[in-house]
Design a protein around this ligand. Structure first.
Ligand SMILES: NC(=O)c1ccc[n+]([C@@H]2O[C@H](COP(=O)([O-])OP(=O)(O)OC[C@H]3O[C@@H](n4cnc5c(N)ncnc54)[C@H](O)[C@@H]3O)[C@@H](O)[C@H]2O)c1
Length: 460
């Protein structure tokens, strides 16, 4: 049985282990032993410990992930460790570690140090002819200008045959949420190899656990093309959100309902993925990936000419979204100072337990600054580590608050009976994510509740 090492056991790496655990041949026999490798940090050790107990390390509605990890663990095919010497057992090494932007400097930039060290960990331990697949989202050019030179250096210093260096890039389109595992197995995948052999071996490996019959692979001509493809996908989405944010502000100021308009536009197949106004953009990818074009040209290709103005503006507009919401609310209620606020929703999107760069957190910080007090609830998480604030376990009575802010469209909130909950109170409601149905909005307005909806003018 072949052995696969997955470097980085986060949202992508852990799900990749689950997908590989389920891979089987035509007779149903499992294909892989899987070794997960993470670092000696609080998160890393926690993830390792969970996987070694047969537990998927993140809360998810998709129970197939836990099942897959447990199956691999019971069959003694999965284990996780911090020990990098295990890379020497791998036939395939999948890289799922982060590559972050440093923001606290005059100009954002990428410090490649940790990423490079992780590649050295591989190069100093791996065998010849093991396939290395970079899945980390990277600035275009990283595989050829950063990863490859390190691996060549390691191969040379270890006296390994360079013909046995097989490097590929392929990116995940993982969507944590109800279809988490499916977003790996039943989804289209792009890849490229450094040379024909690497490309062929990568294609064979991806075909062993992805349903390529229904979701054929797309081979690109170079590693850099594959890296660029991922960065454009995420930048496109981020810029699309920023574009609709300005129309949402227009709708609010002139009294339109942007959701009604967007639904009409979405009927046109060429425009069916147009985004909607909301509280803001969070998570790990969309807040940084649009800058990877700019940083690639500056840091890897050393050209200052390409400014990527649209991508930069998109990031700036998106990062202002929570504050736009807050400022509007502040005006609407005649000042937030002293107000008691209940925030419902903390994660960066619905049905996940991920609070990385959550716009709700920015909102809560803003409430603090404006002198409001706040409580927060989320069905998937119980604290914001950065804010040292424990979450409510249940939604308390409405009469404890002056304002309710709905932030995340979890099904839990969509199904909650707000009409009953607000009865007998004068609570002001702000819906930042189009969570309340039109019928419910009308019912609330007819009962004289004050209702503020992001992307929509005042309700009469
Ligand atoms: N989260 C998503 O939905 C998603 C989707 C597509 C692509 N991506 C990309 O996939 C990559 C991973 O994202 P993620 O969300 O899984 O990140 P994550 O932060 O959840 O996980 C990364 C893991 O890598 C570990 N790690 C860091 N350095 C390491 C090292 N040297 N050796 C071994 N492990 C190390 C960390 O401890 C962490 O557990 C990123 O490049 C991201 O942009 C993410």
């Amino acid at each position: 049985m072949k052995t696969i090492c997955v470097q980085g056991l986060g949202y992508v790496g852990s799900a990749t282990i689950a997908a590989l655990s389920n891979a089987s041949d035509i007779n149903g026999n499992p294909l892989y032993n899987i070794i997960g490798i993470d670092i000696n940090s609080k998160d890393g050790l926690e993830r390792i410990s969970n996987i070694n107990k047969g537990i998927f390390p993140f809360g998810s509605q998709d129970k197939s992930l836990s099942k897959a990890i447990l199956k691999g663990k019971k069959e003694k095919r999965i284990f996780a460790t911090t020990e990098i010497s295990y890379f020497d057992r791998a036939d395939v090494i999948v890289i799922n570690i982060p590559l972050d932007i440093t923001w606290d400097t005059k100009e954002p930039y990428i410090n490649f140090k940790k990423f490079k060290n992780a590649i050295y960990d591989i190069g100093n331990n791996m065998r010849e002819n093991a396939l290395i697949i970079v899945e980390t989202t990277v600035p275009p050019g990283t595989c050829e200008k950063v990863v490859l030179p390190i691996l060549l250096e390691c191969f040379n210093s270890r006296g390994l045959n360079i013909d046995g260096l097989l490097l590929a890039h392929s990116y995940e389109r993982v969507m944590p949420g109800p279809d988490y595992l499916d977003s790996i197995i039943n989804y289209w995948r792009v890849f490229a190899g450094y040379n024909k052999r690497a490309s062929d071996v990568c294609e064979k490996f991806l075909s062993s656990f992805i349903n390529v019959k229904d979701y054929p692979l797309k081979k690109l001509s170079s590693l850099t093309a594959s890296e660029t493809s991922k960065v454009i996908e995420n930048s496109y989405r981020a810029v699309n959100i920023a574009f609709m944010e300005e129309w949402g502000l227009f709708a609010e100021s002139v009294g339109l309902n942007s959701f009604e308009i967007i639904d009409a536009i979405r009927m046109r197949p060429t425009h069916n993925n147009i985004r909607r106004p909301g509280l803001g953009v969070g998570g790990y990818c969309l807040i940084k990936d649009p800058l990877f074009g700019l940083l690639s040209s500056k840091q890897l290709y050393e050209t200052e000419e390409l400014a990527f103005p649209m991508s930069q503006l998109g990031i700036n507009i998106n990062s202002n979204m929570p504050n736009n919401n807050l400022n509007r609310l502040n005006l609407y209620v005649g000042g937030l100072k002293g107000k008691r606020v209940l925030v419902l929703g903390a994660t960066y999107r619905s049905e996940v337990d991920d609070v990385r760069n959550s716009p709700s957190e920015v909102l809560c910080r803003g409430l603090d600054k404006m002198g409001a007090s706040w409580d927060i609830h989320d069905p998937f998480v119980d604290s914001f580590e950065n804010l040292n604030k424990d979450f409510l376990q249940e939604i308390p009575a409405a009469n404890k608050y002056d304002i309710l802010i709905l932030t995340v469209d979890h099904n839990f909130y969509k199904e909650f009976d707000f009409l009953d909950w607000v009865e007998g109170t004068k609570i002001i409601i702000m819906d930042t994510n189009n969570i309340l149905t039109e019928e419910l909005c009308k019912a609330l307005v007819s009962k004289n509740f004050r209702l503020l909806i992001t992307g929509r003018g005042d309700l009469k």
